[in-house]
Structures are given as C-alpha cells and as structure tokens.
Design a protein around this ligand. Structure first.
Ligand SMILES: [Mg+2]
Length: 223
C-alpha cells in the first residue's frame, strides 16, 4: 500500500499559516510580502522537481525576480523560518501510526510517494512514521512530480510489489489518483475536510473513497 504525504499521513498545509510564514520570510528579506508570496508559489514546480535545491536558493531566486539582492544573513534567516515550518508541518495525523501499524501487521509493505521540496527528504529520518514505511519516493529527489507513471513504478519496485496488487491512498492533489489508476493501482481518495487546506490541482474523483485513514484497513479485507 502506498500513501501520499501532505493531506494524507500529515495534514495539508493550511493556507493562512503558510502565507504568514512566507510573509515573515519576506520581512526578513526586505521583500514586499504580496509579490514575494506570489513568487514563492510560482516557483513551486521548480522546488518539487529539485531544480531549486534549498529554501535559501529559492528565496534568492524569488528576490532576484523582484530586483532584490538580500544579504546571506537574511537568506539564512528566511531558510531557518522555512525549515522550522516544514518541521512543524510533518506532524502525523493522530490516526496515522495506528493505521500503518495495522497494515504492517497484515504483512503488507508500505510505501510513500510525495511531491515535496528538499526540506522533506532532509528531515525524513526524524519523521515519526518513517520507521513504519518501507520505501519513500520524493519528487524533488527523482526530478518528476505526480502523476508521472515512473514515480509510482519506482515506489512499487522499491517495495517489491506489482502495481496491480497495490492500493494507493491520497487526498487527490496533483492528480495523483488518476496517475495511480494509469499504472494499474487501486486508487482510494482520503476525503479532505479542512476548508483552509492548501491543495494543488485537486481532481474530481468519483472512485473509491474513505473519510479517515483507519478505514483503509477495511478495504484490505475486501479483496
Ligand atoms: Mg496530498
């Protein structure tokens, strides 16, 4: 079974808090908050495929586009704020550990497939759920984002499972469920209920769904 990260094993970033963090970074960098936040969002695709490799480089690139050249100290300060935010964001949902333990107890292997920037793999070993996850695939390491088929195939290969025996669980960002279906997986939507959730390219999914993570255990009994 393969899980998405944000909006699935951990909550989605909440847009108001995310923008407050970016606003604080802008303040340290001496950048106007609105244009900085827009510039940061616009560089998302470069972060996710690893073309921008650190929050400091990302902040410098956004500032450059705004005609600004922040000091190394300002960039380091902005980077610290960003890393601290990522650290806070990687708090598992309360029912995530019991769900993964339940799946592990059935003998199934567990994978992770996430579109993310470099701070996430950098912190992976400190993530409380990491010991329960047999293989993790990060977009920024592989140079591609969901729904690229090779990411799903890579996750299955690392787990040693065939894609047509593999369940994929995600909140539907980045067209991930369509991507999972395209490689023969059984996609399951975890319904997002937070109105402030910061989801990217969410798809309208009419297939299988669960309202909470532990419900995926019942799905395993069906087949
Ligand atoms: Mg997600």
């Amino acid at each position: 079974m393969i899980f998405d990260l944000f909006g699935t094993l951990v909550p989605n970033l909440a847009r108001p808090e995310h923008e407050a963090v970016l606003g604080e970074m802008a303040r340290i960098l001496g950048a106007p908050p609105g244009p900085f936040i827009r510039g940061w969002m616009a560089t998302g695709p470069l972060r996710m495929v690893g073309q921008i490799r650190s929050p400091e480089d990302n902040a410098a690139a956004v500032c450059r586009d705004l005609g600004l050249t922040p000091s190394p100290q300002s960039l380091a300060g902005a980077g610290r704020i960003r890393r601290s935010y990522t650290e806070r964001s990687l708090q598992p949902r309360p029912d995530a550990a019991e769900t993964l333990q339940g799946i592990g107890a059935t003998g199934r292997r567990i994978g992770l497939l996430t579109d993310c920037s470099s701070e996430v793999p950098a912190r992976w070993t400190a993530f409380p759920l990491a010991p329960m996850i047999d293989a993790a695939v990060f977009s920024c390491v592989e140079g591609a984002c969901k729904p690229a088929p090779r990411l799903y195939e890579l996750a299955c290969n690392r787990l040693g499972v065939a894609s047509d025996t593999c369940v994929y669980v995600g909140d539907g960002g980045s067209r991930e469920l369509t991507g999972a279906a395209a490689v023969g997986m059984r996609p399951v939507l975890l319904v997002e209920t937070d109105p402030h959730a910061h989801q990217l390219e969410t798809e309208a999914w009419t297939g299988e769904r669960v309202a909470a993570l532990p419900e995926v255990l019942a799905l395993l009994d069906e087949r």
